[in-house]
Design a binder for this molecule. Structure first.
Ligand code: SF4
Ligand code: SF4
Length: 210
């Protein structure tokens, strides 16, 4: 049995999707594989639809390695990726990092005429885990937990790159203590983080329920 199963579930008036964890060592990457399998069996190809490519899409640390493959090698990969593909803002000491959008709100990776993603293989966790169907509460909560940890770790890494010589975007503007180390810290492939390490115990118990 796969470590994570993503399955259809019935909501009041339509079908959506839910997940179940089958293994205590299941990772976020296992969740994405299960989503890919679910989509291949249950959802038509997105090509020709751009319905969700006009919305806010957070960038997380786990997105950096794949997006960095689109760029020349850099000693500061987080700065390189955010500089090339993201937007960064600070409000009241809180950092927000998103995929860059054009003036018309479309994602900069969207082919607006063909209505397809030009970077499908490197699209972000948020894009990979979203389908235009209702999501169960526990699935939404897991996405939220990973995105929050992933943005926080990206901020930490940006600060570390600045300390090592990268252009200063954040240093002196935010309190580093607001971004302490978390389970993603130091991982070469952050999507390999164990799900149980990034969710609250109550959510973990919920994710194990059949
Ligand atoms: S997931 Fe997004 S792009 Fe794919 S079919 Fe649904 S709205 Fe369109
Ligand atoms: S990265 Fe691709 S899938 Fe994600 S919002 Fe942009 S165009 Fe859409």
């Amino acid at each position: 049995m796969n470590k994570v199963t993503v399955l259809p579930c019935q909501f009041d008036d339509c079908v959506g999707y839910d997940l179940q964890i089958n293994d205590h060592d299941a990772t976020v990457y296992d969740f994405l594989l299960a989503l890919d399998e679910f989509a291949a069996e249950n959802i038509a190809d997105c090509r020709g639809c751009d319905g969700c490519c006009w919305e806010r899409a957070p960038l997380t640390i786990g997105d950096i390695p794949r997006l960095a493959t689109l760029l020349p090698p850099s000693p500061y990969p987080c700065h390189a990726v955010v500089g090339a593909f993201g937007t960064l803002s600070i409000e009241d000491g809180v950092v927000d990092i998103m995929l860059r959008r054009r003036e018309d709100s479309s994602c900069s990776f969207l082919d607006r005429e063909g209505r397809f993603c030009t970077s499908h293989a490197t699209r972000t966790f948020v894009c990979r885990s979203h389908y235009c169907m209702p999501k169960s509460g526990r699935l939404q909560d897991l996405r939220g937990a990973y995105v929050n940890a992933g943005i926080d770790e990206l901020v930490r890494q940006l600060l570390a790159e600045e300390a090592a010589g990268a252009e200063v975007w954040l240093t002196g503007k935010i309190d580093p203590e607001d971004y302490p180390a978390n389970p993603l810290t130091g991982m070469d492939e952050p999507m390999q983080v164990r799900i149980r390490d990034i969710v609250e115990p109550e959510l973990w118990e919920e994710l194990l329920e059949e």
